[in-house]
Design a protein around this ligand. Sequence first.
Ligand SMILES: C[S@@+](CC[C@H](N)C(=O)[O-])C[C@H]1O[C@@H](n2cnc3c(N)ncnc32)[C@H](O)[C@@H]1O
Length: 198
Amino acid sequence: MSKPFSQACENNKQPILDKLLVHFRQASRVLEIGSGTGQHAVFFAKNLPHLQWHCSDMPANHAGINQWLADYPSANLHAPVPFTIGQDSWPLELVVDKVDAVFSANTTHIMQRSEVPIMFDLIQKNLPEGGIFCQYGPFNVNGDYTSDSNRDFNQYLISQGCGGLWDIADLQVLVSGLDLLHQYALPANNKLLIWQKC
Ligand SMILES: C[S@@+](CC[C@H](N)C(=O)[O-])C[C@H]1O[C@@H](n2cnc3c(N)ncnc32)[C@H](O)[C@@H]1O
């Protein structure tokens, strides 16, 4: 199998890291939900050496993630655990070695609508008080798209059977136990949302 590659990850990893350096400063163990290719994981683990980075995803993506981890190993970077939202409970390994932060990029618009509340519920139940969830991706604001390209992208997602873009206000309504601290505008009409367990 050829190694998966995402140009978007290469483009967005530095702007995301700039914020993680601030908001994961106190974090010691991070669970990434939906690691995808593994490109974010290898870059963030290398540049955040004070913390442990645990990949996770649906099993079909693990072989590709493991190729990236093999090519760019870090002592603080951990092989993916199977974690399919809507199917699995919180990974057992990370109940024992508790995570105090979560990262997820470009997942909520891919998941089914019913899976997103489940993801937030699991995060708020498993983060300690003060724990941080950094969520990157395209979102709507005040009931509207932030760009024509996001509107077109949403149509494409729906045609593919994905759940589609969420409005940040709708996320705030459904999320309990997490406060939205920051909404950063990042390149390519995406945002980084910083949630904190209250
Ligand atoms: C567009 S990719 C993003 C991958 C990577 N985070 C990135 O930013 O490049 C969407 C990811 O969400 C994952 N995903 C979709 N539905 C999921 C679910 N129900 N539970 C866990 N992961 C899911 C996919 O396997 C995939 O890795």
